[in-house]
Design a protein around this ligand. Structure first.
Ligand SMILES: O=C(O)CCC(=O)C(=O)O
Ligand SMILES: [Fe+2]
Length: 176
């Protein structure tokens, strides 16, 4: 998984014409990788029961492997289903990547719906900056055309969790 995060972090930096290690440096040597194994049983009332409530992740980003469809992303007030691609990992931006890219990569609200016939399992690996490490918009992404949108933050996932439990987003707390 470390290798995946190195590859993904470098690729994202390159795609924004930044020095390839800049995000890895923000995450720090002690960046956390935590895996959550999700099991969604069949549900007789998928019309009224969700597998996971709408939320954004407080991570840098989250690496997801899913066996069947169920994960949905909110875009323009519409829920879009993330397709299952065999042997593919799905990389979902978290709030801290939105902060580091000064709003260029968006951390989407997502949810999991339930299914009458099929059990669903997924593995979510949460990649989060090192404890006590300050992160913020990357220098090359703040300029006259794109003013700074976010402050520097530290241990953002704590405030994110407090908001999550109340069904709220925390990203506004990092806005300038
Ligand atoms: O089960 C999934 O596909 C996504 C899980 C998720 O969004 C989460 O654990 O934060
Ligand atoms: Fe999530």
């Amino acid at each position: 998984m470390r290798m995946v995060t190195k590859l993904v972090s470098k690729s994202m930096a390159k795609s924004l014409h930044l020095e390839e290690n800049c995000f890895l440096e923000q995450f720090g040597e002690g960046a956390a990788l935590q895996a959550r194994f999700n099991y969604y049983p069949c549900c007789q009332r998928p019309d009224s029961v969700l597998g996971l409530k709408p939320h954004s992740d407080g991570t840098g980003y989250t690496i997801i492997l899913q066996d069947i469809e169920g994960l949905q992303i909110l875009q323009n007030q519409q829920w879009l289903t993330v397709p299952t691609v065999p042997n593919a990992l799905f990389i979902l931006m978290g709030d801290q990547m939105e902060i580091m890219t000064n709003g260029i990569f968006k951390s989407p609200v997502h949810r999991v719906i339930t299914n009458k016939e099929k059990v669903r399992t997924s593995i979510a690996v949460f990649y989060t900056p090192e404890k006590n490490k300050e992160i913020g918009p990357q220098d090359g992404l703040v300029n006259e055309e794109r003013p700074r949108l976010f402050k520097h933050v530290k241990d953002y996932e704590i405030i994110h969790w407090e908001h999550y439990q109340r069904g709220m987003r925390a990203l506004h707390t990092a806005q300038v």
